[in-house]
Design a protein around this ligand. Sequence first.
Ligand code: FAD
Ligand code: ZN
Length: 502
Amino acid sequence: MLLKQFLRIGLVGFSKKSCRSFTKQPDFTKNTYQIERGFYNYLQEPHLNYFKKILGDDGNRVITDESLLEHYNIDWFKNVKGSSKVVLKPKTTEEVSKIVSYCNANKLAVCTQGGNTGYSAGAVPVFDEVILSMELMNQILDIDVNSGNVVCQSGIVLENLDNILAEKGMMVPLDLGAKGSCQIGGNVATNAGGLRLVRYGNMHGNVLGLEVVKANGEVLDCLKVVRKDNSGLHIKNLFIGSEGTLGIITKVALRCPIRPKTQHVAFLGLQNYEKVLKTLRKCRQDLDEIISAIEVMDSLSLEWGEQHTKLSSPIGRYPYYLLIETSGSNEQHDEAKIQGFLESALNGHYILNGVVTGEPSKVKSLWAIRERLPEGFKNHGWVGMYDLSMPTDQFYNVVDELRTYLKNSADYVFGFGHLGDGNLHLHVITKKYDKRLETDVEKFLMDKILPMKGSMSSEHGLGFIKRKYLPAVNSSESYHFMTDLKKLLDPNRILNPYKVFP
Ligand code: FAD
Ligand code: ZN
């Protein structure tokens, strides 16, 4: 029986900075990955004096205290650790411009950091790069309720921006598990996808304009606020997904859709992956105009998540789970549609069991089961994160084949992700980083994914960990075009070195 009910799910918010625990300590990246420092200058007293002249000398915006630095030197998954000696916290574009042009003139490498929730270790230094934290650049500059857009500084936390927009009946067209920490600038810099891409599209479609500080300190103003603009090349798009390697994003103009009046979430248990695909097709046919998310998890991922988050499946154990969300403007209409879909999916034996709710607190709790899955992985040891796009019917062939291929050389292989976008997250975890295992997994996946014309990094970027993919997954012409662009925009390679470009 399909129940419109709710069972024992704890209420949660996620990923406030206080949640970070540093029980697991990674070794320094330079040791783990055996990598050589570039020919950059080392930070000296006169450099610090200059930064203090710009940002003040009270220790709040030029951080050199070792105990405070650790938080900025280690990534969210605690896979890598840099050894930066300073974090700078500008509040204005002018301050960013002065800092960057000084670093460029003095050959000091810079690592821009947003919320430090990125999955590819792009936001933490590899060696002693100056960390440019955007966290104080968190002001909203304008909200246009008629056109439906917002202009803000780039360091505002996604969830904070969304809460403010909610007061005007608007929303950020992006949602992800890290929303309590990640920043809009980090989202743009990674071209984040997230949970509702199936409905609202990615950052290339939603960013209307950007202000960017170039490596030489020049401010590039592309901060338009209109949806249509064909008056020249679309320069802003170069910086979307550039992961801090081409410029520092200081302001963002973003399209903001109307906030839906009603949302429903269904959490379903299924017998096998074939049924998952049948249900996906049915869901698109029956609910297309109101779908806002379609997520999949396998039993192992969910059980692991349950153990580590103390949340539990409201429907017991099944080989596969689907989380389907609808968003719309008419409660009765949407409820009738989703109930109708679920009843016929149940009667047609597409699904084995499920719950559905439209109550906001319960919607949040069901989402927490999916959003908090990655929390479970981070304290185990080394987490190999693979973020793949491919035809949806291949998702769990790849997961199962990788499990068979690896036998006992990895502790676990988890498969879950954004089924509606054709984006699978595959996490391989072991107690310790093992270079041979990493190389094996990468080769296995490239051999599978590239012939399918898929993507080896769908939403997490390349950062440090996947920088070797750049030449491997792009044609040599595109690769050289990208490296030429990097040379043009950052000739001294001070912006986020060791990342993206191998
Ligand atoms: P950071 O991690 O700080 O930085 C990421 C990269 O952007 C770095 O290379 C950094 O140098 C650069 N950068 C940051 N700010 C700027 C700036 N202002 N100017 C220039 N460069 C900058 N990602 C998804 O796409 N979809 C998901 O569904 C998703 N779910 C997640 C769930 C969890 C629990 C966690 C922990 C992460 C998840 N992520 C997801 C990954 C991550 O949250 C996103 O990549 C996010 O966009 C990163 O934002 P951030 O502010 O934390 O950036
Ligand atoms: Zn994702």
